[in-house]
Design a binder for this molecule. Structure first.
Ligand code: DGJ
Length: 735
């Protein structure tokens, strides 16, 4: 109990205790970050509850007083606020942990035993709290890892049993939180292919609101495991109390938001237990994925910047590093290409000025050639008709053209029309007695099977071993899991209900092994768009594909929403032929993410080519601010006819302002200035419009100097209008 916070109570009342008698030497555990605190307190029976969540106090000793302020002490008190709600005993509300013991008994109680806080460094600490069942040999460790400066907490639990025989985990949440506020406003997201990340905000009312996925492989297709929760009233970008939360798990998830009978809010977040009871052998540990959250009293903008800072520094592979701009051939050729065509595209990429050429789907399979999406998936050998000289030749050709080479794979999937399926039908997830059900004519491979894990690892390992100069991987995944059944689990006498979890664990094993051997190669996480992204996957991937919908108008809205949770350095954003907007608009939108192209460069007219070449060079000059800077969302396209957002450097000497028209009624546009953020009021700035289309002029005066105070008080008008539908302005220190 190194940093234990034991307090002798003088108070006569202890919050949430059924008989509200005070406890001597009550254990109070503050989990603090720079601005916030989560206060846990054990009652006299040792049940650990949450007494406070919010802005931290100057003096820790006052946390003991919080309990005395509550009058919510009827028979339900002490149930709702549990720090990790056990099922089947005194506790009758929605559980965080539900198990069946080796003898079939389903009751569980969890009593505080000890806790300790270990400092990883000045900014990162881990508080671990041990709870035990007094009757059965079950132990749970609640872990709260805090990132002090970023106000981020990562929470997970570890479940262990020393019972004679194994136990069954029925529900096993990562985190259980409790909030006390006047009202709660939940923003969650819905979508489907090409329509990802539609936000909806609702006021929570009594009962349980569940956000979940049961889709397996492409778990996020209809809904991601990320949300915003405002307290008292809906938070804005700059005002209000708001929590941003997300589960770091690339599979089924479930989040229960329960407004209880006191109008307090319980949150239980973790893996979805749907069809997923999970056996735990004696003396083995079960570690849940992390639930990650940040809280701000100053609105969504600050909360998301904190999350970005945390993610770049501690989570995303090479999060503070660099990225490659690229030319992708998917929409330029689809499956129809050969060596000659590709060599031409390498030269086009070089002409454009991007760093890398990315060869997409269609390069493999011979017996059932991959000439469309109905065949070949699983047969990872170069198609000899299209590529008689193999990948090695392409890598060399690209190098000769002066561009790096990257390649697409979809290693978790198989087409029934493939040699792989013929050879290993038992490697495929499908019900033995039911008709197969496909999404995009394909099925997932059974990654719970170690042989399949080796196979998937082998695809990438072979590519890299034979072609060490491969500089980029796009990892796709285009089907959800229907008919969840594993021949491997059956044969090895394990439970079918392990499949959803063991799939994800198998995927992480493959990625772990890959990263051990190839730690640096940038990889894009793609899921037919679909936003298969979360903070566990981003330990292995450098970026993700937010959507196949690259219509820039749609991307403005989508990237806006993704940006609450993931920094721009991870948003792969390509200039394509989707949408009706001119090339400049499409390019300006892609430039607020990680820029790429998916167009036929040779079809560009002279001016478009000249503009694009300049745009790539301009992007090279501003990318550091976009990738590593602080994001301020200024004008919300959901509420206005245009969107505006700004990235500024940490020392506020440079900022890039992006503005885009999203509506066009009644001569819409920025008639008046709007306030900028993220600048230094005392600094003098000059402004300059970037990325102008050849032969167009700007109305923005370059010789005008403004104080940061002016720009943040009066504001600035980028003069965005139907005639100037997208505008990028650089704001830089005038000295
Ligand atoms: C879906 C991806 O989102 C696309 O970009 C492309 O890679 C195709 N799959 C290829 O089949």
């Amino acid at each position: 109990m190194k940093s234990a916070f034991r307090i002798s109570f003088l108070l006569a009342v202890l919050i949430f205790s059924n008989d509200f008698l005070f406890a001597q030497n009550a254990v109070i555990i503050p989990i603090e970050t720079k601005d916030n605190a989560l206060i846990l307190q054990a009652d006299k029976e040792g049940h650990l509850g949450i007494t406070y969540f919010g802005k931290k106090l100057g003096s820790q000793s006052e946390y003991q007083l919080i309990a005395s302020q509550s009058r919510q002490r009827d028979g339900n008190a002490g149930i709702y606020n549990s720090a990790y709600t056990p099922a089947g005993s005194w506790n009758v509300s929605e559980p965080a942990l539900q198990i069946t013991h080796h003898d079939g008994n389903k009751s569980l109680d969890l009593i505080y035993v000890s806790h300790k806080t270990a400092k990883e460094n000045d900014h990162v600490s881990l508080t671990s709290i041990v709870l035990k069942d007094p009757v059965y040999a079950v132990e749970v460790t609640l872990n709260y890892k805090t990132y002090f400066k970023e106000n981020v907490t990562e929470q997970w639990s570890v479940i262990k049993s020393a019972e004679k025989a194994g136990i069954m985990l029925e529900k096993y949440a990562s985190a259980n939180l409790y909030f006390i506020a006047k009202d709660y406003f939940l923003t969650h997201y819905n979508g489907t292919w090409a329509k990802e990340m539609n936000p909806e905000q609702e006021q929570l009312t009594a009962g349980i609101r569940v956000l979940d996925s049961k889709l397996g492989t492409r778990a996020n297709l209809f809904q991601p495991p990320s949300f915003m929760l405002s307290f008292d009233k809906p938070a804005t970008e700059t005002e209000g109390k708001v929590l941003l939360g997300t589960l770091a798990w690339s599979g089924n998830f479930r989040m229960d938001f329960e407004v209880d009978s006191y109008h307090n809010l319980r949150l239980i977040a973790g893996i979805n237990n749907y069809a997923s009871e999970y056996p735990l052998a004696s003396n083995q540990e079960f570690k849940t994925p992390s639930f990650i959250y940040t809280f701000s009293e100053n609105g969504k903008g600050e909360a998301s910047r904190n999350l970005h800072n945390w993610a770049r520094k501690y989570r995303i592979l090479d999060g503070e590093g660099s990225r490659l701009t690229l030319l992708n051939n998917w929409e330029a050729t689809y499956f129809d290409f050969n060596e000659e065509k590709l060599s031409g595209l390498f030269k086009d990429g070089k002409k454009l000025g991007v760093d890398l050429f990315l060869l997409d789907d269609g390069w493999f399979a011979n017996k059932y050639p991959r000439n469309n999406d109905r065949a070949g998936l699983g047969d990872w050998k170069e198609n000899v008709k299209k590529l008689p000289n193999g990948i090695g030749y392409l890598v060399k050709e690209a190098k000769a053209a002066g561009i790096k080479f990257g390649i697409w794979v979809e290693p978790e999937m198989v087409n029934p029309k493939s040699e792989l399926y013929e050879k290993h039908p038992d490697w495929v997830i499908k019900q033995p007695q039911r008709p197969e059900h496909y999404m995009r004519n394909q099925l997932p491979l059974d990654l719970s099977n170690p042989e399949v894990q080796n196979f998937v690892y082998g695809i990438l390992d072979k590519l890299f071993t034979e072609n060490p100069e491969i500089a980029y991987i796009k990892w796709d995944c285009n089907a959800i899991t229907f008919n969840a059944y594993s021949a491997y689990l059956e044969k090895s006498k394990q439970k079918q209900s392990q499949l959803y979890l063991d799939y994800v664990k198998g995927l992480y094993k493959v990625l772990e092994k890959l990263r051990a051997k190839y730690p640096k190669v940038p990889m894009m996480l793609c899921s037919g768009g679909g936003g298969r992204v979360d903070y566990e996957a981003l330990k292995y991937f450098t970026e993700f594909w937010p959507s196949d919908n690259t219509d820039p108008l749609e991307r403005i809205f989508m990237q806006w929403e993704y940006s609450y949770f993931y920094p721009a350095i991870t948003h792969s954003a390509h200039v394509t032929d989707w949408g009706k907007q001119p090339l400049k608009f499409r390019t300006d939108v892609a430039m607020m993410g990680k820029l790429g192209y998916d167009i036929v460069v040779s079809h560009l007219n002279e001016k478009d080519l000249q503009f694009s070449q300049q745009a790539v060079a301009t992007y090279d000059a501003i990318k550091d601010v976009v990738w590593h800077g602080d994001l301020y969302r200024l004008v919300d396209p959901k509420e206005n006819d245009f969107a505006s957002l700004l990235f500024s450097t940490k020392n506020k000497d440079r900022a890039i302002l992006f503005s885009y028209m999203t509506g066009n009624r009644n001569g819409a546009g920025s008639d008046t200035p709007f306030r900028l953020q993220g600048l230094d009021p005392a600094k003098k700035y000059k402004v300059k419009e970037l990325n102008l289309y050849p032969e167009t002029k700007t109305s923005i005066k370059e010789d005008q100097v403004y104080s940061g105070e002016f720009l943040m008080t009066v504001g600035f008008n980028p003069a965005v209008s139907a005639r100037r539908a997208s505008v990028i302005v650089e704001i830089s220190d005038a000295h």
